[in-house]
Design a protein around this ligand. Structure first.
Ligand code: VAH
Length: 313
C-alpha cells in the first residue's frame, strides 16, 4: 500500500491513477494540501496533508498501514526562486518528514530529484551520473540536499530510498506549476488554441525532456527493481530527449503546418535553464534497472496533440 504526497500535482496525478490501475485503487492513498474536483480524489482513498506536518503524515501512514511512501509534494524551480525561504521550508521540511516516517515505520521510499540538481560547473553534455553538483538555484540546492539526505537515510538507517533525476516532464493530464521547463507543456496547449506560441526560453536553449508515460514507468520500474542491483539507488539520471523550443515547434509543424513560434525571454527562467545541463547520460539507469524510454519528440508530439484535442474538446 502506497501513500503519495503531492498527488494532485503534475507527476502525482498520473502516478496515482497509474498505480491504482496496477495495484488496486484502495491500496493507493492520495494526499495533497487541498481537495480538488479530480479523479485522484474520487478514484480511491484521499486525505488532506500538508507535508510540513510530521504528525499528520505519520498518523496517515499508520492508519492506512502503508508499506511505501512516494513523496512528490514540492515547489518547482521558478516558484522556488521567487520564494526561496518558503521553498527551503516546504521542499526540505517535507522531505525530512517523509524520510522520518519511512524510517520509523520501515517503509520503502521514493522521491524525485531533477536535472536542476546540476549547476553551471557541471559538464553540460552527456552529464555523467556521478559529477560536480553546484546548483545556483534554491530548487537545485533542495534537490542536491535531498539526494544526500536520501542516501544518508539509506546508509545510516537502512531506509530503502530510491529516486531519479527527472528532466522536464511533458504531460496533458495536469499542468505543471512554476517550473522552468513548463514552456514545453504550454506550447502544445497554445498550438491547439492559437497555432502560435511565444516562448519564454530562448531559441537554442537545450534541456533534457521526457513524456510523462515514460516518467511514470521509470518510477514503477525502479521501485520494482531488485535492491541488490542498485549501485546508485537515489538520483538516477533519466532522460528521453534533449530539446530546445525550436525542436518542439518543428515537431508540432508536422501536424499543424501553420504553427508559429516567437520569443519573449524571461531572464529568471532563462538563467535557470542555462545553469542546467543540455543533455545528461542515463547509462546507469539503463544498466542497473533497465530504464528505456519509449517516446521521442515526434512520438510524444503525436500523442500529446491527440490527447490534448480530446481534453480541450
Ligand atoms: C522545473 N519541471 O522546471 C521542473 C523540473 C527539470 C525541470 O525540475 O522546475
Amino acid at each position: 500500500k502506497v501513500l503519495i504526497t503531492g498527488a494532485l500535482g503534475q507527476i502525482g496525478s498520473e502516478l496515482t491513477t497509474t498505480l491504482r490501475e496496477r495495484y488496486g485503487a484502495d491500496n493507493i492513498i492520495a494526499t495533497d494540501i487541498r481537495r480538488a474536483d479530480s479523479e485522484v480524489v474520487t478514484g480511491g482513498p484521499f486525505e488532506i496533508l500538508d507535508v510540513t506536518d510530521y504528525n499528520k503524515m505519520y498518523e496517515l501512514a499508520q492508519k492506512y498501514e502503508v508499506d511505501t511512501i512516494m513523496h512528490l509534494a514540492a515547489l518547482l524551480s521558478a516558484k522556488a526562486e521567487n520564494n526561496p525561504k518558503f521553498a527551503w521550508d516546504l521542499n526540505m521540511g517535507g522531505l525530512v518528514n517523509a524520510l522520518e516516517v519511512a524510517r520509523e515505520l520501515e517503509l520503502k521510499f521514493f522521491t524525485p530529484s531533477s536535472i536542476g540538481a546540476f549547476g553551471p560547473t557541471t559538464p553540460k553534455f552527456k552529464t555523467p551520473q556521478d559529477t560536480i553538483q553546484r546548483p545556483t538555484t534554491m530548487y537545485g540546492v533542495n534537490k542536491v540536499s535531498g539526494e544526500l539526505l536520501c542516501d544518508y537515510y539509506f546508509n545510516r538507517f537502512g531506509v530503502d530510498a530510491r529516486g531519479v533525476r527527472f528532466p522536464g516532464l511533458i504531460s496533458y493530464v495536469t499542468e505543471p506549476g512554476g517550473g522552468t521547463t513548463d514552456y514545453a507543456v504550454e506550447i502544445y496547449y497554445e498550438a491547439l488554441k492559437n497555432k502560435k506560441y511565444t516562448s519564454y526560453i530562448a531559441e537554442g536553449t537545450y534541456m533534457d525532456m521526457m513524456y510523462m508515460p515514460d516518467a511514470i514507468n521509470a518510477i514503477i520500474q525502479l521501485m520494482e527493481a531488485d535492491a541488490g542491483k542498485l549501485e546508485h539507488r537515489n538520483a538516477f539520471n533519466v532522460t528521453a530527449m534533449s530539446a530546445a523550443p525550436e525542436d518542439f515547434a518543428r515537431a508540432i509543424q508536422k501536424h499543424i503546418p501553420e504553427f508559429e513560434i516567437d520569443y519573449d525571454v524571461d531572464p529568471i527562467r532563462q538563467t535557470i535553464a542555462e545553469s542546467w545541463p543540455d543533455s545528461i547520460d542515463a547509462e546507469c539507469a539503463a544498466n542497473e534497472w533497465g530504464f528505456k524510454p519509449e517516446f521521442d519528440i515526434d512520438k510524444m508530439t503525436e500523442d500529446m496533440l491527440k490527447k490534448l484535442k480530446e481534453k480541450l474538446g
